[in-house]
Design a protein. Structure first.
Lengths: 114, 111
């Protein structure tokens, strides 16, 4: 594989269920990010990790958690999904943390919470 | 409140003509600006960027202009091609490397 992969491609989930969105990159990038894209709002940062072992909160972190046990994987967990978390989720990575570093995006996961 | 705004949700241009996509921002601490292009069912892909120390950056048919006093960014595509039809997002980065994206402009280049 080359780049960033996300799984699943799409998912329909009942409210209250737990869900983990997977993200894997093979570029050995240090920094990784999770965004959600909603109509009329663009992409909003949920959580980020500037290097393996560290994570931080973005613009809209509530209801989500992340972990970064190694360089390649950055899963996003919804502990108890709610309908407002219906969105398209994009994982991204950049070689280094810091302004000026281009972010590369995965293909996205479309999540519907009923 | 959104810190990066793209006020035109869509733009239609004839092939061969210039496409101008606009973006405004509110945070004077932003120091790096980017444009991303997104096709349906794909993730955004990087197009072009500009640092706050410059007012213009050019890459082939794509030129980004930055007007810091007006807090305004624009992307010019000349000449426009049908393959340029996509959603374009502008983004701004603060010194914590957090990116803030606009809501996107859907460009349609008509053959």
């Amino acid at each position: 594989i080359a780049g960033i992969t996300q799984a699943p491609t799409s998912q329909i989930l009942a409210a209250g269920r737990r869900m983990t969105l997977r993200c894997t990159q093979d570029m050995r990038h240090n920094a990784m990010y999770w965004y959600r894209q909603d109509l009329g709002l663009g992409l909003r940062l949920i959580h980020y990790s500037n290097t393996a072992g560290t994570t931080g909160k973005g613009e809209v972190p509530d209801g989500y958690s992340v972990s970064r046990a190694n360089t390649d994987d950055f899963p996003l967990t919804l502990a108890s999904a709610v309908p407002s978390q219906t969105s398209v989720y994009f994982c991204a990575s950049s070689k280094f943390w810091g302004s000026g570093n281009e972010q590369f995006f995965g293909p996205g996961t479309r999540l519907t919470v009923l | 409140d959104q810190q990066v705004k793209q006020n035109s949700p869509s733009l239609s241009v004839q092939e061969g003509r210039i496409s101008i996509l606009n973006c405004d921002y509110t945070n004077s601490m932003f120091d790096y600006f980017l444009w991303y292009k997104k096709y349906p069912a794909e993730g955004p892909t990087f197009l072009i960027s500009i640092s706050s120390i410059k007012d213009k950056n050019e890459d082939g048919r794509f030129t980004v202009f930055l007007n810091k006093s007006a807090k305004h960014l624009s992307l010019h595509i000349v000449p426009s091609q049908p393959g340029d039809s996509a959603v374009y997002f502008c983004a701004a980065a603060d010194n914590f490397n957090k990116f803030y994206f606009g809501s996107g402009t859907k460009l349609n280049v008509k053959p």
